[in-house]
Design a protein around this ligand. Structure first.
Ligand code: 5RP
Length: 218
């Protein structure tokens, strides 16, 4: 199986897992796009979706799925999204697509967070993938200096603005042994909007697709 087939298989397994009713939280990225395209076949069974990015909202709408603001829907039963790295403890790095803030909000507002990945995303320890941090633009140099103190090599994601009008710093070289603690430490730096560690609110289920089939980590 190639990577796209694995992403499709993980997305398809997630469709099997969820109740197709009410409003469904939908993530961002190529794996989430597979999920959106499959979900479209069942659009008459549920009311609509809450999207974690403008890009996903557009794709949902193009598939004929109603998209509502989280404020109008309240808490969600389920959120389905991909990840850039995932451990068997279900801790994640997300934000490769820059949608981490809305992703974290929707994940936190959902009872069940199902993460869908191909097996290349499963790691022993997080940190080979550079950790994205969304920052208020005037704080980007300050936050970068604070990340150097924490042992990282920050790089501004040039030419990129988030859906919230902010910037992203990608932090290379972090050895993340205590993801919950590091997530909290980075959150305390003034100017940080969100960091891409999803450890305090980890995934409830990771659906991993590989050559030998689909595995569930829970
Ligand atoms: C976007 C994300 C994505 O979930 C993550 O980048 C994975 O993307 P893909 O499914 O394309 O590998 O966090 O902000």
């Amino acid at each position: 199986m190639d990577q796209r087939e694995k992403k499709l298989a993980a997305a398809s397994a997630a469709i099997e897992l969820i109740e197709l009713e009410g409003f469904i939280g939908v993530g961002t990225g190529s794996t989430a796009n597979c999920f959106i395209d499959l979900l479209a076949q069942f659009k008459h069974q549920f009311d609509g979706a809450v999207a974690s990015s403008e890009a996903s909202a557009e794709r949902l709408k193009a598939n004929g799925i109603a998209v509502l603001d989280l404020n109008g829907v309240g808490d969600l039963a389920v959120y389905v999204d991909g990840a850039d790295e995932a451990t068997r403890h279900r801790h994640l790095i997300k934000g490769g697509g820059g949608a981490l803030t809305r992703e974290k909000i929707v994940a936190q507002a959902s009872k069940l967070f199902i993460c869908i990945v191909d097996d290349s995303k499963i790691v022993g320890h997080l940190g080979d993938f550079p950790l994205p941090i969304e920052v208020i633009p005037m704080a980007r140099s300050f936050v970068a200096r604070e990340m150097v103190k924490l042992g990282g090599r920050p790089e501004l994601r040039h030419g990129f603005t988030t859906d919230n009008g902010n910037q992203i710093i990608d932090v290379f070289g972090l050895e993340i042994r205590e993801p919950v603690q590091l997530e909290e430490t980075i959150n305390q730096i003034p100017g940080v909007v969100t960091n891409g560690l999803f450890a305090r609110r980890s995934a409830d289920i990771i659906v991993v697709s590989g050559d030998s089939g689909v595995e569930r980590l829970e």
